[in-house]
Every structure is written in C-alpha cells, then in structure tokens.
Design a protein around this ligand. Structure first.
Ligand code: ADP
Ligand code: MG
Length: 246
C-alpha cells in the first residue's frame, strides 16, 4: 500500500512545437495541501489536464495511486473543480441537490437513477461545505462563492482522496474568499482530503499550503512550506515572475 496519490516523473509537454512543460516531477501524497503557483502561461493548467487524463504528455510518466492512469474508479478518487464549472448552471436550471448528485454519474455521461443512499451522500457533502440548508434552491440563484462550494460538494460525493482546483476563487468577492479558504483548510485537516490548488493568492500559499510547487518556464521548484518561508522577497519575485510582497 502506497500513500502516493500522484507521481509525475520528468513530464514534458509540447503543443505543436512549443514547450508548455519541461521535465516536471512532482509527488503528491495522502493528506498534503499543495499550492501550485507560477506566472500565466507557465503550464499550470496543462499539468492539471495531464493529471486528470485529459492530455497525454509528450514525455514522462504519470502514476495515480501507484499505478498507470486507467480506470474510472481511479478518477472517482480524484475530485476536480474546474474554473468554469458554473458554465452549465446557466444552461440547465437545476437545484443545488441535483448538481451535487450529478457528481455520482460517470464522466462518460451515462445516466443514472438516484436512490435514497445517493441522496444522503449528496446531503452529507453539502453539510461539509455548509450549504445543506440551500439544497432545494436553484443553483443559478446563488452567488459565485456559494456556487463554488456546491461544485466542491459535487466533487466530494464520490469520497475522493484528492481535490484538484484551478484558480477556484476567480470571480468570488473578497469577503467570501477567506471563508472559502477556511473551508478548504477544514477539508484538508479534518477530513484528511489532499488538495492540489492552482492559485495566485500568496496569502493562501504561505498560510494554508503544506507544500508548494512553482512552474516558471525555466525553473521548477517544489518544496515544503519551511523552504518557502526562508526565501526573501527578491528570491520569490524572481521565482514567481513578478514582484511579491510578504
Ligand atoms: P497556465 O495555466 O499556467 O496559465 P497553461 O497550461 O494554460 O498555463 O499554458 C501553458 C502554455 O501552453 C502557454 O504558452 C499556452 O499558450 C500553451 N497552451 C495551452 N493550451 C494549449 C493548446 N490547447 N494548444 C496550444 N497551446 C496551448
Ligand atoms: Mg491556467
């Protein structure tokens, strides 16, 4: 039994002839909270797509839970909240509970009849993100931050070991960002769910993450929080690609 969730070794990815990722290695283990940072265009989203099996890397190997990417079962153990999850809320009017239950159907788009047990799982997931009292409301009536919580609940119904998010707070108003992050931290610490989060918010990186990975076109750094704390603003700015103030 391994506690490794993601193990990437020497991943390089090219789009036509341009290199989006060059020789990236990264291991995420059970219970860790990783912040993935780096300037725009440094390959963060590309790396997530490779982990999710949406892109096959040009070179390198990827293992999930100690084996090659293959099964639906493995995918169910990784919850993904995309930045544009809310695109479908405007197309299909649905209640909060329906959106959460849809997380139990396969990604191949198969339809499923839901039973009482599914319903209970969806309600439990809504309790975790503190949205159970809104279950019968239309998703479109909620604020951006509340919708994002519902999409996290949708990812949680399959009881994942890891939650992957790509800039989840874009479009959420400032005062709700803080409570959003305290909820993520609770998911990590109390429920033991590992997190891989792409973010530009340096506060999160320094306060919540236990591990940091930085993609910076030519430099790839990853380390534990302590290494990051020791770096000066100048070092960080060079590393991140723009001025960073602590
Ligand atoms: P980030 O998420 O860090 O902003 P991306 O992973 O989106 O970066 O992009 C990394 C690089 O790959 C960029 O130069 C981007 O233009 C390029 N890229 C991303 N997706 C594609 C694609 N589908 N086709 C061609 N180039 C792409
Ligand atoms: Mg991106």
């Amino acid at each position: 039994m391994t506690n490794s969730i993601i193990n990437l070794e020497h991943i390089t990815h090219k789009f036509n002839h341009s290199i989006a990722l060059s020789d990236v290695s990264l291991e995420v283990k059970q219970g860790e909270f990783w912040a993935l940072i780096g300037p725009n265009g440094s390959g963060k989203s590309t790396l997530l797509k490779i982990i999710l099996g949406l892109l096959k890397p040009s070179q390198g190997t990827i293992e999930l839970f100690g084996g090659p990417i293959d099964s639906f079962n493995q995918q169910q153990r990784i919850g993904y909240v995309s930045q544009k999850s809310n695109a479908f809320t405007t197309k299909f009017p649905a209640t909060v509970l329906e959106v959460v239950k849809s997380g139990l159907t396969s990604k191949k788009g198969l339809f499923k009849r839901f039973n009482k047990e599914d319903e209970q799982r969806a309600i439990d997931a809504l309790h975790v993100v503190k949205m159970a009292d809104r279950k019968d409301e239309s998703i479109g009536d909620l604020s951006g931050g509340q919708q994002q919580r519902v999409f996290i609940a949708r990812a949680l119904v399959s009881h994942p070991d890891l939650l992957i998010m790509d800039e989840p707070t874009v479009g959420i108003d400032r005062q709700n960002v803080e409570s959003f992050y305290s909820m993520l931290s609770e998911l990590n610490r109390e429920y033991g769910i590992a997190i891989l989060l792409v973010t530009h918010e340096i506060d999160v990186v320094t306060k919540l993450a236990t591990h940091i990975a930085c993609l910076n076109r030519s430099i790839h750094f990853h380390g534990v929080h302590a290494d990051y704390e020791k770096m000066s603003e100048t070092e960080l700015s060079g590393w991140y690609g723009h001025p960073i103030r602590r």
